[in-house]
Design a protein around this ligand. Sequence first.
Ligand code: FAD
Length: 352
Amino acid sequence: MFFECDALIIGGGPSGLITGSLISKKGFKTIVLEEHKEIGRPEQCTGLVSWRIGNIPQELVLNRIETARFRFGKRYFEVSSPKKMVVIDRTGYDKHLAVKSLESMVEIKTGERAVGLKDGKIITNRGNTYLGRMIVGADGPNSITAKLVGLKQPGNVLFAIQCVAKGVFEQDVVELRFEPEFSKDGFAWVVPLSSNRARIGLVTEDNPLPRMRILLKKFDLEAIGKPVGDSVRYGIMNRTVAHGMILVGDAACQVKPFSLGGLVYGRICSEIAGEACVRALEEDALEEDFLKEVYDSAWKKTIGKALKKGLWMRRFFNLIRRVPASFVFIKTMSLGLLAGKILDPDFLEGKS
Ligand SMILES: Cc1cc2nc3c(=O)[nH]c(=O)nc-3n(C[C@H](O)[C@H](O)[C@H](O)COP(=O)(O)OP(=O)(O)OC[C@H]3O[C@@H](n4cnc5c(N)ncnc54)[C@H](O)[C@@H]3O)c2cc1C
């Protein structure tokens, strides 16, 4: 079948749903294609976010976090953010955004995977053809939209995996663990949901599953259900627009290079993406140069510095983890306090 719309969004994750809602609210016909049968499933995210996630229903907040502990074996330092981080119900968050999209008259088509591009139209796994005046690639870290239009995503790819585990946890402390047995180039995390349940996971350059088994065994934790995961990609893309097309969220690497969280930057950039698409559709200005100005430059102006700080932080941590004693040094030299200032969890100091 053939479908036509003003904005065709590929990917029904948070970035696609937020962008789609904003466009549709302005009266433009918007279709979201999501490859999975159900929005928000599988849940492959720990859901640790700052207050910058914006207003979300209270029932989606599962826990509040006061302290982040950076640990290397017995050595550690702690950082407290002036405002609490929250752990959200990620499936619930996606479903909440989907309901808001439907209320804004977005058409969500699940089980529909974009597989190709022919004569400017998107072809799906079901053999359907979609023509959108604007195409928004919100299809995650391995974006097919980027490939189809020749936009190069950075080659920095890691693999993240997580599960819920039973154990004994400090309810308001997140632990980030930098021991090489869990990850050589990333870290492992313990994000409590309560005092006896936590989301635990790790991100690494190689196969994460054997490392996950080590993590569970070492801390005597019992996994509830199978670990799930995905790749994560970080870096700064040269270009996130093409004629009549933009990328947003993980597809555009709008991901914190240090912690690899993407929900907050994704939300911020989706709002910029929504406004940019509305302008492009209203002014019938689909040229790459226009989209570069209203979207690519605009989002880089907002989070570009933060991305650079995150890349710096990643390099710094990869350096100090080779000298475990530096964790004690940071603690004893009160660098934790300094880190507390540097460590705005989103590196967006001054922005609410
Ligand atoms: C294990 C793990 C833990 C994480 N923990 C955190 C965390 O604690 N905090 C945080 O901020 N971030 C975290 N992240 C990152 C976070 O999940 C992402 O940044 C966020 O999901 C990005 O949203 P998005 O909408 O841009 O992309 P996604 O959520 O990846 O959504 C993309 C959507 O596109 C769909 N799709 C892909 N290809 C196609 C196609 N060809 N056709 C149609 N649909 C398609 C996918 O099915 C998916 O639903 C974690 C990631 C992982 C893997």
